[in-house]
Design a protein around this ligand. Sequence first.
Ligand SMILES: *[C@@H]1O[C@H](CO)[C@@H](O)[C@H](O)[C@H]1NC(C)=O
Length: 228
Amino acid sequence: MLQLLTFLVEKFSVVFKLKVFEFCCLKGEDQERPVQRAPAPLLCRGDLLEVPRTLFIHFGIYLGDNKVAHLIPDILPLLTNNNKLIRSVITNDRLVLGCMYKSATVRVDTLEDFAYGSKILVNSTDKVMKMQPLASDCVARRAEKLIGEFPYSLLWNNCEHFGTYCRYGSASSQQTEKFCECLKSVIRDHRSVIISGLLGLVSIVYFGMAPSTTLPTILIPFTLWMAG
Ligand SMILES: *[C@@H]1O[C@H](CO)[C@@H](O)[C@H](O)[C@H]1NC(C)=O
C-alpha cells in the first residue's frame, strides 16, 4: 500500500515537474555555479549548498568536516524508534512519504548522503537573494541550533526556507514564489475561466445533471473570474 502510494506520488511529481515546473522555468539554470563532486577544499562552513532531488531542489548548510545540516521530509521517525535506521541515508520513498505526512527533521549528513548522487552547487542563491549573507560561522550556528524535529510544509516551510533562514536571517523560497507566480498567471488568464467552464459542461453532458457536476461548473469558473 505504502509503496503503491509512493509510486503514484513519484509518477505524479514527474508529470507535475514536466508540465508545470518547466513551463514556469523553475530554476534559472544559467546563474548556477557547478562545483565538482570532490568537495573538501572548496567548501567553507556556512556555505549554502543545493542539489536537485525528486520534487524540488534541496538545500543544506555546510558545517565543515564533510557534514551538512539540512531540513528534509522523512517518514521513518513516525514509524520507528530505531535510531540506526533513521540515521541511514534518506531514500526518495522516505522523502515523498514524509512530505505527504508533513514530517521532517533537521539532520546532519555527510556530503555524499546529502548530495544523493547529484552535483552540488554552492552559494548560488546569493545572486538571487537581495540580502547579504550573515557571517559564515553565524550561518552554521543557526543551522546547528535547529537540528531535530521540524514542522514541514512543501510550500510554506521547506528546505529552502531553512537554508535562507540560516544564511540570510529570513526565510524565503524561490521555488514557492515561482509556484505562486505560476498559479497567479493561471488564475489571471481568462482562458482558465473558459476552459474550466467547458470542462464543466463536458462533465454535465457526460455524467448528467446533478449537484456534483453543475455546482462545480458554475462555481469554479465564477471563482476564477472573480479572482482574476
Ligand atoms: C560562499 O559564501 C561565503 C561567504 O558568505 C564565502 O566565504 C565562500 O567562499 C563562498 N563559497 C564559494 C564556494 O564561493
